[in-house]
Design a protein around this ligand. Sequence first.
Ligand SMILES: Nc1ncnc2c1ncn2[C@@H]1O[C@H](COP(=O)(O)OP(=O)(O)OP(=O)(O)O)[C@@H](O)[C@H]1O
Ligand SMILES: [Mg+2]
Length: 599
Amino acid sequence: MNTNIKSNKSKQYYFFKSLTYLKPYKGLGFLCVLSCVLAAALSVAFPIFTEKTLTAFTNQDTKALLISASLLLLFQVAHSVTHMALWGNSADKLRAKVTKDIRYNTLSSIINLRTRNFDLYGSGRLLQVVTSDTATLSGIYTNIVDVFMSMMAKVAVFVYIFAANYILGFYCLLEFAAVSLAYHFRIRTRMKDRAKLKKEHDKNTGFVNEMIRGVRDIKNYNIQDSMMDKAEECLHNLEVVDHHFGRKQYQLFRMTELTKSFMSFLYIPLALLLIHYGLATFPIAFTIYVFRSDVTGFINWAMNSWEYIKDGGFYAERIFNVIGGYHEGFEDFPEEDNFKKLPKQLDVKIANLSFAYKDNLVLKNFSLSIGHGSKIAIVGESGSGKSTILKLLNKTYEVERGKIFIGGFDICDFSKDTLRNTITIVPQDPYIFNFSILDNLKIINPAASKKQIEAACKKAQIHDFILSLPDGYDTILGEGGTRLSGGQKQRLAIARAFLKNSPILIFDETTSALDNENQGKIKDAIDSIGKNKIVIIVAHRLSTIVDADVIYFLKDGKIKTSGTHNQLLKNCKEYKRLYNHEITKQEEVDVIETAPLLT
Ligand SMILES: Nc1ncnc2c1ncn2[C@@H]1O[C@H](COP(=O)(O)OP(=O)(O)OP(=O)(O)O)[C@@H](O)[C@H]1O
Ligand SMILES: [Mg+2]
């Protein structure tokens, strides 16, 4: 599937759309405009008093010279003070607030995206949208705000030039037109080339992100060299496009500068001719010469700001794609439950469920029923669809064909809170946040007391380990819980489930990394906490589920057979073979462990 969302809207459209975030800050917006107007009013005084100072100087009028020079200085100071007081406290505050709001909205959208979007786009790209795209957009706001601020001031200077001498004013217009044309050409090529450059930059960032996330496996497999070869290739591609872009831009920059110099050069004979024929005075011609370049420089800025807007639109479009739900949209839950109340005694019914990831049909017309208070197990070979069933139960993925009922109600009628509080899944690969242990648990149930948290950890057989750490429950766990072993992560995840205490508890291979002793203790804890609940266990180690009320044996997305452990041993050859294999392996381990050491 093509993951680039094409839109027929222009880039500018998205940039201006991002400005709707200004709405809540009308007061600050008013302060910005006010400071622009004040700055413009003050800057018109600069050419006026420069001209007056020059006139006084040529007339050798010392008093007038002192007065106009002092006023010029005064206006300069007033201009700077206005900027510092108003601009800094309005425009930049506004930019920071808008950036924060956009970032917040993007993040809250990401959290509600359908899981299929994550399969499609990957976390690297989403990370880039929230962090770098919003930061770049914010930088572009600063540039544009800068241009906007000077715009009024420069317009005021331009008015002065026309009022002072309309012939030189027209010449300036001509000069602006020539320079604008040169800029226009430069910017058009820049926009085209920039798209290529961004594409390479994205590829690069994605690669670097992957490399940093996978650094432990890179070391583990000793593949630093081959990864660095890939990095070299990736960086080389960027270097080629980057250099092409830079060289072309520099050439075009020189061309624009040449146009400017040429027009500047022509100004001098024109001004001298006008002075000669008495159509201009020296102070006016000189003042216009000085401030003219100021206004021409502004054209550069103004044209750049159009580019900034387009550029900002590029990032804003990526941000709005996320805010709009990308390809697959947002998780779809009714605001309120479409039923009155869940019965106390819950049951689960899965009816004729079929499910595919893209074209890979994983579950085929799958049905099962789980009664209240029962403990069932789902077993089967790797890739047979066990975890997928669980992900459909809590709507991590949405059911497309078939139905799931909990307590007699279709899960499509459940609000998000009801469904996700009714079911807790301890996943195969639990994610541990880089918070403290306490916060990793509190986030599941903020109302839980320290005592309840400790009780959950005791049942999950992790309390003693936590106490053995220097910072105990306040230990920070590192990215993805790197400071924990696989089994410790699993036990912490189990503690979370105990703490949440939902009526339906699901454990997906959650004790696979544990030793037999801990596994046995946790099994007992699950049994005691699971009374009056529905417990679903997915396990490869069949010895852990022998006492399940029903065991479903899954093959190729279908239930091949079901029954108690003893029934399956009788009726299902594959189950018997797997179980016997496990027992034999365990016996071998026991023999090794109990054998006397050779001396
Ligand atoms: N997000 C996904 N996108 C595409 N295909 C997926 C995705 N998740 C799983 N699959 C595929 O769906 C099939 C079933 O996966 P599932 O995780 O349900 O298997 P499982 O029975 O839990 O396996 P295991 O015992 O190894 O955990 C596999 O072939 C897998 O490759
Ligand atoms: Mg699985």
